[in-house]
Design a protein around this ligand. Sequence first.
Ligand SMILES: *[C@@H]1O[C@H](CO)[C@@H](O)[C@H](O)[C@H]1NC(C)=O
Ligand SMILES: *[C@@H]1O[C@H](CO)[C@@H](O)[C@H](O)[C@H]1NC(C)=O
Length: 499
Amino acid sequence: ILREWLTVMQRFYHYVEWRPMDQPTSYAGEFGPKHWPNSRYEYVMKLKQAALNFARKRWADYILYADTDNILTNAETLNLMIAENKSVIAPMLDSPGAYSNFWCGITPQGYYRRTAEYFPTRYRHRHGCYPVPMVHSTLLLDLRKEGMKKLAFYPPHEDYSWPYDDIIVFAFSCRAAEVQMYVCNKERYGYLNVPGKPHFTLEDDRLNFVHVHLESLSKKPSIRLLSDKSLVCLQIYLINLRRRPDRRDRMLYSLNELEVDVKVVDAIDGNALNSSDIKFLGVDLLPGYYDPFSGRTLTKGEVGCFLSHYYIWKEVRELALIFEDDVRFEANFKRRVLRLMEEVEQVELDWDLIYLGRKQVNPGKEVAVENVRNLVVADYSYWTLSYAISQQGAQKLLNAEPLSKMLPVDEFLPIMYDKHPNEDYKSHFPNRNLQAFSTRPLLVQPCQYAGDPEWVSDTETSTLWDDDSVRTDWRGSHKTLKGAAPPPEMLSASYRDEL
Ligand SMILES: *[C@@H]1O[C@H](CO)[C@@H](O)[C@H](O)[C@H]1NC(C)=O
Ligand SMILES: *[C@@H]1O[C@H](CO)[C@@H](O)[C@H](O)[C@H]1NC(C)=O
């Protein structure tokens, strides 16, 4: 990659020192290619130290480190960092999740420590350059500043007792030399890859490259054969709020990677609905509905979310997969869905709805379906992240005439398969014969992290469905992540234990 890059970029540099070097094929004491024994950390430390020595020898004013998997997309990054006039500074790099190239806290043993500042910084609820105990991966050093001569990646400081890891060694070195590290989040500078389980959330910037392609993708007809083997006519829908193009793009990118063709449905935006629109649509609240988590009734966001699902049910011809726009896919998502559909067909399972992603309320209580791998009979669940629905199932939901007695869609479904704990709600829906199942393990997960402020704001900013004076968000049904405990009578014993 570097060599190719240099063929184009070298001419913009005053001087390039190119030191091609064979990377060791293994390190002393390693168990496998993903294992990082000390010898491997030491190798990285020595490389970084060699670069530092070289910069010092050439009287360089600055040195910028950037790891291979850091993608700087803001061409002004270097100038912006220099303008801050700090000794050690990092541009905050974005990722699809909470991960970034800084810590706000460090434990006395040198490990990551959770802090109240991390999320507001990571999600730019505050903007600036902040002193932090750790920056890594991409960072700029001003070698002319005081104390900089003492910094080292290798060998570690003589008092060093923290983990043998290049980033921690360097953070310690800065601390010992009384050099403050800073992270800056005033702008978007670029991205870094997320370690850990692979999932198909890709960086926004790579989306730019495929944007044209994605636009045409979303206009394709919604029907497409699932595979050569399968004879079903499958409709795939992505419910996306028009004012969240970020989520749409990320989902389209992921689905495109999975080679799943999807129809984007503009969600009904609760914000855009006023109370007279809502009445005009024939929407009325289920008598006595009350959300035990927030102590309120339905929000406009929940009305919009319900209507979005409802209009899709009307379109289902044979079989549909529905995704909300804030999910991530488990590994082998497509293969697992295909296998599931094949097995369901083989055993001629009479099914109406299969959850692919949800919040399970009573773990452990659910019965496995015979002769179909990874499928259980669904018990009370929250959320409607993703599900498969048959034409028969959609018709049952429509026949229940839910608009005139609305409650959140994720409460409506369990009523329809008769697993809702509230008898009053159920009494309004006499035909509760939806055949509902769920994959186990689930095939999609919500993509926000618990504790991410967005989880809170979705519920906190919601307003009542018939109140036009306050703004609302799309949905308010991510209740359990808010951390509010439901009243005990809502819960089975096993769930109470879990809480
Ligand atoms: C940069 O910081 C140094 C202290 O490290 C200070 O002496 C100098 O005036 C600053 N330069 C500018 C342009 O602010
Ligand atoms: C509600 O919005 C519609 C347009 O969507 C508008 O025609 C109507 O006057 C509004 N009603 C109220 C009560 O604001």
